[in-house]
Design a protein around this ligand. Structure first.
Ligand SMILES: NC(=O)c1ccc[n+]([C@@H]2O[C@H](COP(=O)([O-])OP(=O)(O)OC[C@H]3O[C@@H](n4cnc5c(N)ncnc54)[C@H](O)[C@@H]3O)[C@@H](O)[C@H]2O)c1
Length: 302
């Protein structure tokens, strides 16, 4: 791998991916509009270009892709609840940007696009663990938009002969996860509440379960998907730890007081059947949420 583009490289997962690629000696171009990403996350050895991918001029994007072998497409507005309140900007960021990337890539010499998809496409599935061939039933504009992105990837593989692969991440946690705002993920919310000496707020009864996946494992999955020797032709992989915890369990790992109140429409249980990624990509998740939270609490001094 010589030269790659990472979209969303100023964000939580993208910046972790960029750091590993740079350590491996890869030439990295980042495109990010800094809507949720942060300048301080950007590796100084990367070539950072500030563009909004939903409005970028396509010929300019094609020029940027000169010499790029792989695109890791992570740029997105990645929050469920705000996408319900304000679906249109989410559509531009999540669907139009993906179409622009795919179309420009189809006009260039890019070998493969590795698309960040989401387990939110499964919705409130009764069947656990969730496998890639299970029915999809997104419960938010965000979930639907990420799923449309996957379908665009698969269509571009079939119709435009552009190799793509979609990785459906399950609740990602780890270094640089977002702690700001009401709608960051539960691990970020609990960390912030612990820092502010506030009770840990739990939606519904807290018995809902989530498969939490370590960001380093998500980075590994991206790199393995890029390095896979055969064409992946729009293939979809679950990238989840394969073990889940209730939100009450996670609150206990942080150790603060709990406060119940808000009711929300959300899946009851997410759990990845990750056997396909293990078999085909040779991916092995190594994350241990309990251990990580223990160390993170020491780091934050909470
Ligand atoms: N964090 C998770 O648990 C999770 C789970 C499933 C899927 N994902 C997917 O992984 C990817 C990365 O998520 P994250 O958690 O790192 O989110 P993040 O918000 O930290 O990163 C997203 C990045 O995309 C950039 N961006 C947004 N809209 C853009 C646009 N129009 N043009 C250019 N850049 C734009 C943001 O500024 C940000 O830096 C997203 O595609 C998300 O849907 C994340």
């Amino acid at each position: 791998m010589d030269k790659v583009l990472v979209t969303g490289g100023a964000g939580f997962i993208g910046s972790n991916l960029v750091d590993v690629l740079i350590k491996k000696g890869v030439d990295v171009v980042i495109i990010d509009n800094l809507s949720t990403g942060k300048l301080k996350n950007i590796n100084p050895k990367a070539n950072f270009l500030k563009y909004d991918l939903s409005t970028i001029d396509i010929s300019e994007l094609i020029n940027i892709l000169d010499g790029v072998e792989f695109i890791f497409h992570l740029a997105a507005l990645a929050r469920v609840q705000p996408s319900i309140e304000d679906p249109i900007p989410y559509h531009h960021a999540n669907v139009t940007s993906t179409l622009n990337i795919l179309y420009a890539a189809s006009k260039s010499k890019v070998k493969r696009i590795i698309y960040s998809a989401s387990s939110s496409c499964y919705g409130d599935s009764d069947k656990v663990p969730q496998a890639e061939d299970d029915e999809t039933n997104p419960l938010s504009p965000y979930g639907l938009q990420k799923y449309i992105g996957e379908q665009y990837c698969s269509m571009f593989s079939q119709v435009y002969n552009l190799d793509t692969v979609s990785l459906r991440y399950f609740n990602v946690y780890g270094e640089r996860m977002n702690l700001d705002g009401a709608y960051c993920l539960v691990t970020g919310i609990f960390a912030r509440q612990m820092l502010n000496n506030q009770p840990l707020t739990i939606t519904n009864d807290g018995n809902q379960r989530r498969d939490f996946t370590y960001v380093g494992d998500v980075v590994d999955a991206n790199i393995l998907a890029a390095q896979h020797p055969a064409n992946l032709n729009g293939m979809v992989f679950n990238i989840g730890n394969g073990q889940n915890f209730s939100i009450n369990n996670v609150a206990d790992m942080f150790g603060g007081d709990k406060q119940y109140g808000e009711k929300r429409l959300e899946p009851f249980e997410t759990l990845a059947d990750n056997s396909k990624a293990k078999k085909i990509l040779k991916w092995t998740p190594k994350g241990d949420l309990k251990k990580w939270i223990k160390n993170y609490k020491i780091e934050l001094g909470i």
